[in-house]
Every structure is written in structure tokens, then in C-alpha cells.
Design a protein. Structure first.
Length: 233
């Protein structure tokens, strides 16, 4: 949200195939204009294949850049939609974390951030839906804000690396261990993980960018599902 204008991006995995086929068919049926064939948009060439709908357990967002801020990156909200376009209750179905986790990782140098509410699960809080629909500025108690890895001090980076190796008793341990090496190294880019307890079918994902400070919003990112890239842009 910037100056009262809301913006959200939707990543769709279902129904778009039929829509693209219908559009291409309509273009091919257009009459010739001035003796020349009507222009047909060429098929997009991409280095990944999208399954429709996407089914998996491990959804990993890699955020490569923001809109100009040198220190932080964040999101206001994330929504996962099923085949009937109903919003999934992600917090009851999955474990949510990120690396770096949030501005709480900076508590060593800034103690006031130790209990900052802008943590990864906050983007899925149901209470945020009402705030997202409001026309006024959001409170950002339900948002995620994280430091950029390149802006962190060595001690702060060590805190992030420790989060990559949860205790063996954790439900997240087996999922994380398959995603990162045992001797973990802090990724170069902010990484956001959603580990479902069982395979889920997702038709679309909706994203609301960080609106309190728009320059901290996500600009370029990719999404992988169980290790397969399904979106990059």
C-alpha cells in the first residue's frame, strides 16, 4: 500500500492454461487485415515448467531484490488458495520460517527488536485480512520484515545460521535438513519457507508487498515446490 493505493500480486497455477488456449484460438480466428495475417503473440519461453495445480509439501520463496532499500525486505501478507480458490489456513497446516528470520535477528545490536511482531507467520494471520481490506494505513503488526543478509553484522549472521539447524525433536528438522547443508551457510538472498505437514494442492498464491516503507517490498523472486521451480520473476 503506497499513498492509499493497495497492490497485490497473484501467482496462478490453475485455470490460466485454459485461458491462454482460448486466447490463442481467438487470435488464430481473427480475419486477415490488409492482406496480412493478424499478429499472434509468441509462446513464452521459460526455463521452468508449471504443473497445474501445484502439489507439494515444501514451498520456498527466494527473494532476490527489493525496491531500493539497502537494509530490509518484507511482505504484508501471503495467501495460498486451493482449487476452489478458498484461502488455506496455512498456520494450522504448515510450519513457517525464514532466513534471515526477521528483524529479531538484530536484537543483539538493537535489543528493542527482540519481540518485534513482524515475523514470518504474521503474514498468514487471519486478523490481517480485515486490515488488508481497510482503506487506511496498516498497523504492520501483521507483516514480515527481515534484514538483507549482506547488511548484517557477523554476529547477527551467526544467529541466522543457528536457525537453519533446529533441534532434532522439531517437526521442521527433517524438512530443513533436506533443504540446507549440515554445516549451514547463510544464503545470499532472503529465503522464506512454508513446510506443509502433508502434500497440498495450490491453485494460486497472492502476495501483498510491504507497504509501510514501499522501498522494502519484494521486487524479484522465485518460488520452488519440493525443489522444482514453478515461478521466477
Amino acid at each position: 500500500m503506497c499513498d492509499g493505493v493497495r497492490f497485490a500480486q497473484a501467482i496462478t497455477f490453475d485455470r490460466w492454461v485454459a485461458a491462454m488456449a482460448m486466447q490463442q484460438q481467438q487470435q488464430q480466428q481473427q480475419p486477415q487485415r490488409g492482406g496480412a495475417l493478424a499478429y499472434i503473440t509468441p509462446r513464452l519461453k521459460q526455463a521452468y515448467e508449471v504443473l497445474t495445480p501445484v502439489t507439494g509439501m515444501s514451498f520456498t520463496f527466494a527473494f532476490y531484490s527489493n525496491h531500493g532499500d539497502h537494509y530490509y525486505l518484507g511482505l504484508d501478507r501471503l495467501e495460498f488458495l486451493d482449487e476452489d480458490l478458498r484461502v488455506l489456513d496455512v498456520l494450522s497446516l504448515a510450519e513457517v520460517t525464514a532466513v534471515p528470520y526477521s528483524v529479531r535477528d538484530l536484537a543483539g545490536s538493537t535489543p528493542s527488536l527482540a519481540h518485534d511482531p513482524r515475523i514470518p507467520p504474521a503474514v498468514f494471520l487471519p486478523s490481517h485480512a480485515a486490515a488488508a481490506a481497510a482503506s487506511g494505513p496498516q498497523t504492520h503488526l501483521s507483516a514480515w520484515l527481515s534484514p538483507l543478509p549482506r547488511s548484517m553484522l557477523p554476529a547477527e549472521r551467526d544467529v541466522c545460521v543457528q536457525r537453519l539447524q533446529p533441534p532434532p525433536s522439531s517437526a521442521l528438522s527433517s524438512s530443513v535438513s533436506s533443504s540446507v547443508p549440515r554445516k549451514a551457510v547463510l544464503p545470499a538472498d532472503n529465503t522464506f519457507f512454508v513446510f506443509f505437514h502433508f502434500p497440498v494442492r495450490v491453485a494460486a498464491i497472492r502476495m501483498w508487498n510491504y507497504s509501510k516503507t514501499p522501498t522494502r517490498g519484494v521486487k524479484e523472486f522465485s518460488l520452488t515446490v519440493d525443489g522444482h521451480t514453478v515461478f521466477m520473476g
